[in-house]
Design a protein around this ligand. Structure first.
Ligand SMILES: [Zn+2]
Length: 265
């Protein structure tokens, strides 16, 4: 699933591909129900004839701005985007197309169709707890979150608190910070929260560095999970740090790997 680094990588890809300045000519879709908040004529009235001025990422949303308006793209579970010439054959999972007046198209591929295009909805405040932003720190979460008995893993996976970390980045960060995923967040010291914040940023940053190397080299397929993980996602595999057998459990139904030696409860 695209998480924060994948969405950030997509934003960088679009900008480097030169989408800024392109002018909307028309659209096509095979999944009209995925256009949320759009009336029959909304796109035509609000966007056709207008240029893309800039693209930003807010948590896992890409925000496409024209001079006067904006809409959101969410990649869902399997979505990916490419800016291609009109005569480039379309991928079989192409669901939505934005045609531009420069013979190029923004193509939205999505095999499982959980992606969406959203208009007119305000972004939720929780999206501002963006782990890729410089100011992000777990120590700044509301006391109502920090005081809870809920496990740190389930807090990190809760999109309404921290958007876009996902299962793999969460497990890796907890492993590197030597924190057991079952630890209630209220039991973590400030020092542990700072360390975990640091490891979250490192894991996301390592992933972005990988994407920066491969982006634009072969754009025929989406890039997922480029991160060089240290955590072994295999039960009983020897821990990268101490050779103890890796443990497997489920937290909120998500497969969770950890080392009891390095991450004691
Ligand atoms: Zn270990």
């Amino acid at each position: 699933m695209p998480e924060l680094p994948e969405v950030e990588n997509t934003k960088r890809y679009l900008i480097e591909s030169g989408i800024v300045g392109s002018r909307f000519l028309s659209t096509w879709t095979d999944s009209p129900t995925k256009w949320i908040g759009f009336g029959k004529e909304t796109f035509k009235e609000a966007f056709l004839g207008n240029q893309v001025i800039y693209i930003e990422r807010v948590a896992k949303y890409l925000v496409v701005h024209t001079a006067t308006d904006h809409f959101l793209l969410h990649l869902g579970m399997t979505g990916w985007l490419r800016l291609q010439n009109t005569d480039t054959p379309a991928h079989k999972f192409t669901r939505h197309v934005f045609h531009f007046d420069d013979s190029r198209e923004l193509r939205f591929m999505d095999s499982r169709k959980f992606g969406k295009i959203v208009y007119g909805e305000p972004l939720k405040k929780s999206l501002l707890n963006d782990p890729l932003s410089e100011n992000f720190s777990l120590t700044d979460l509301d006391d109502s979150v920090l005081g809870r008995k809920r496990s740190i893993k389930s807090i990190l996976m809760d999109q309404s608190i921290i958007p876009g970390l996902g299962n793999l980045y969460t497990d890796e960060s907890l492993f590197q910070a030597k924190i057991n995923p079952f630890t209630p967040i209220s039991d973590l010291t400030k020092k542990q929260l700072i360390s975990l914040t640091h490891q979250i940023k490192l894991a996301l940053g390592r992933s972005l560095d990988e994407y920066d190397v491969v982006r634009g080299v072969d754009d025929s397929e989406p890039y997922f999970s480029m991160t060089p993980w240290d955590i072994k996602r295999k039960e009983n595999a020897p821990c990268f740090n101490c050779d103890s057998p890796m443990q497997f459990s489920r937290i909120n139904a998500r497969g969770t790997y950890f080392c009891l030696q390095c991450q004691p409860i």
